[in-house]
Design a protein around this ligand. Structure first.
Ligand code: ACM
Ligand code: ZN
Length: 550
């Protein structure tokens, strides 16, 4: 009996020791967590290690890799030499090559990568730009946070744990939206936003550029859009809709700045999808060109938040000419396959009274029915005409889920924002969908108790809730095929400073990144929260991002 007990105690002790030994090996603070991780024992030293790059790797990818080598060198002062050895792919495994080894593996998907670290080598494989980019992002999170700094640190060794990682994203579309219309954010802040998106492997930035409260993009053919439409005579204070702070407010991006931001994003593996929100949310344009509206004005760039009844007039052919001209310049600036045409919150009160709109309804033979008014079908006509124009120029449209009301032409992608209902319906009808439900993805909502948080628009979206979002819930297999991915939106009515923008973004965007990247079964809030605190918060501190602690 005593002997038996002794053996049991011994077995328990052995188990405890094994578990203790295993436990640290399971912890890496990488967000989003890779699909497969096996941690071994020991470390690889990055400081001064050679970089070996496969000849088959193209110049853009080689630049990425070289930049990473240069960053290590800059910080430690120990040179990470860069070479493209002949036949590297054949000799890489025979032990003769030490240091970093980057290989091209054409069997991998465009955003897939693997990392195999031993004490002597760090072998990275990918097939395309984003794969190499994401491998490097993972490597940065595996080593000392100093890698994110601009400070020289000669003592830094940049140790990487021995680990084997195989990784690829769950969803192809991993988006983050930015409203630069309610409040204007300078190019440097937009780039900072893109930087942090790329660090967490997001690949689409939805740029909301036009609104009732301001038009933010230079269009050469319509200079008044930015001369007049980009500035408002004050802004309401807090939630007092009768107030005005009396401070003229505005700003816009020149086409040169837009090109610069688009190129900057491209280097970070991010496609920028511009949005021209139509036919509602258009007071910026109407103030500049009143002939585009039903009443002819006068209009004013709005000084308060909400949904204006004053919208564009689809009864007038000039509205379509204007939009086609704007999209023509837009397409020159944004190579994105998708263009967002808005379509949300378009009140129909003016159209009901407007002789031109009513004449258009009559000419088109549009009739109301039990489900929709004639004016609703008129909005479908607007969507279809803009869609055809963009399709004829090789682009596809995305619209907010209102575009689904009535009739929607094939080929449109629906962005489900009023909960998940729009996405459920659109996918059942065979439309592609981007899930962006306000219930999980509206980062203008409060992330804690409104009594202690800065003023926000409302709502309740703590990080745990973002993390818990499961985009496939309630969808059958045929619907799931249409879910391109997930996006969170950051509307900026109440967000007027860079600091507050970052506070609302972080760390909720990290939770979003796991929703977008990780398989449902690999998500684990406790692991994620620990990685945030031990890893990502240090990254934010080093890079100078404001964020909400929890
Ligand atoms: C929206 O939030 N109005 C798309
Ligand atoms: Zn009209």
């Amino acid at each position: 009996m005593t002997r038996k007990l002794y053996l049991i105690v011994l077995a328990c002790l052995a188990l405890a020791v094994t578990m203790r030994a295993k436990k640290p090996s399971m912890v890496i603070n990488v967000i989003p967590y890779p699909q497969s991780v096996e941690v071994g024992k020991g470390f690889f030293k990055g400081a001064g290690a050679n970089f070996n790059c496969d000849q088959a790797i193209d110049a853009d990818c080689a630049t990425l890799i070289r930049d990473f080598a240069d960053k290590l060198t800059f910080i430690t002062g120990k040179v990470n030499s860069f070479a493209v050895p002949v036949g590297l792919s054949k000799i890489a495994g025979n032990g003769s090559v030490k240091g970093f080894i980057f290989l091209k593996d054409n069997a991998m998907g465009p955003e897939e990568y693997s990392i195999d670290i031993t004490k002597k080598t760090c072998v990275v494989k990918a097939s395309a730009y984003n794969g190499f980019l994401y491998a490097i992002q993972t490597l940065k999170q595996l080593t000392d946070v100093t890698i994110f700094s601009d400070k020289v640190d000669p003592a830094q060794k940049f140790m990487f744990p021995v680990v084997s990682i195989k990784d690829k994203p769950r969803f192809a579309y991993r988006g983050m939206h930015l409203d630069c219309a309610r409040h204007f954010f300078p190019v440097e802040e937009v780039k900072k936003y893109l930087d942090i998106m790329a660090a967490y492997k997001l690949n689409r930035m939805h740029w909301h550029l036009t609104e009732d409260q301001g038009w933010r993009i230079e269009i050469k053919k319509y200079p008044r859009l930015t001369q007049v439409g980009a500035f408002r005579n004050g802004t309401m204070v807090g939630k007092d809709f009768k107030s005005n702070d009396g401070i003229r407010y505005g700003g816009y991006y020149t086409q040169e700045q837009i090109k610069d931001v688009v190129a900057y994003a491209q280097a970070l593996g991010i496609t920028i999808i511009p949005e021209i929100d139509l036919p509602g949310h258009m007071l910026g344009a109407l103030a500049a060109y009143p002939e585009l509206g039903c009443t002819g004005g006068p209009y004013e760039v709005w000084t308060k938040w909400g949904v204006s009844d004053q919208v564009m007039c689809p009864g007038k052919e000039g509205m379509f000419t204007f939009l086609e001209d704007v999209f023509t310049e837009l397409m020159e600036l944004f190579p994105s396959e998708y263009i967002h045409i808005g379509g949300d919150e378009c009140p129909k009160t003016e159209w009901e009274k407007c002789p031109d709109c009513q004449a258009r309804i009559k000419a088109l033979g549009i009739k109301s029915d039990d489900e929709h008014t004639a004016e609703q079908y008129l909005q479908n006509y607007v969507t279809a005409r803009v869609q055809k124009f963009l399709n004829d120029h090789g682009r596809k449209i995305i619209g907010w889920d209102e575009i689904l009301e009535g009739e929607l032409a094939p080929g449109a992608t629906v962005m489900s924002w009023r909960g998940v209902a729009g996405g459920v319906k659109a996918s059942a009808l065979g439309f592609d969908v981007i899930m962006s439900p306000n219930s999980f993805c509206y980062f203008d909502y409060y992330q804690g108790d409104p009594a202690t948080e800065p003023l926000a628009i409302g709502g309740d979206l703590p990080i745990e809730k973002v993390y818990g979002y499961e985009p496939f819930e309630g969808l059958d297999a045929s619907q799931r095929k249409h879910i391109l991915g997930v996006q969170a939106n950051l509307w900026t009515e109440y967000i007027g400073t860079n600091d507050y923008l970052e506070y609302m973004l972080l760390p909720r965007m990290c939770a979003l990144a796991e929703v977008q990247w990780c398989k449902e079964e690999d998500k684990d809030f406790d692991r994620f929260a620990a990685a945030l605190k031990a890893g990502s918060f240090k990254i934010f501190d080093t890079l100078g991002y404001n964020y909400r602690k929890f």
